[in-house]
Design a protein around this ligand. Structure first.
Ligand code: FES
Length: 134
């Protein structure tokens, strides 16, 4: 084995041994598969939290307007024709800019033309962090 090949193999071995540590350091995922999207204080300040990762669907977390201890996590994609929804806290609804459909915080249809509820995801607060499972 020449020197160049040896150095290449040592480098690849070092890189491979560091990769799991680097991924764990960058990850904000709990052992049971929930993703940390922010703190409860962030949620209360902003009115919503968004989880967006490459290769995964976007999820928006909001509090139930009628019972603030309850959280909902939904995919903000209109079930009519797929437009992106915006959470409108003053209207307590996800509103579609395309044809006016509205969805409650829990993702259920409040007004058509959409006919199906939004996709929902498990969500929780643990140790003051808001966590979703996508
Ligand atoms: Fe949302 Fe048509 S795409 S109402």
């Amino acid at each position: 084995m020449d020197r160049r090949t040896f150095v290449t193999w040592v480098g690849m071995g070092w890189l491979a041994s560091c990769l799991p540590v680097a991924l764990a350091a960058c990850s904000s995922t709990t052992e049971d598969g929930f993703h940390i999207v922010g703190s409860a204080a962030d949620l209360d300040q902003k009115g919503q939290l968004t989880y967006r990762r490459f290769g995964a669907e976007t999820v928006v977390v909001v509090r139930d307007p009628n019972q603030s201890e309850t959280l909902f996590a939904v995919t903000p994609k209109c079930t009519h024709q797929g437009c992106d929804l915006q959470w409108q806290s003053d209207q307590k609804a996800f509103v579609c800019p395309c044809h006016g459909a509205r969805f409650n915080a829990d993702g259920k249809v409040a007004k058509g033309p959409a006919g199906e509820a939004l996709k929902t995801h498990p969500v929780r607060i643990q140790d003051d962090s808001v966590q979703v499972k996508v």
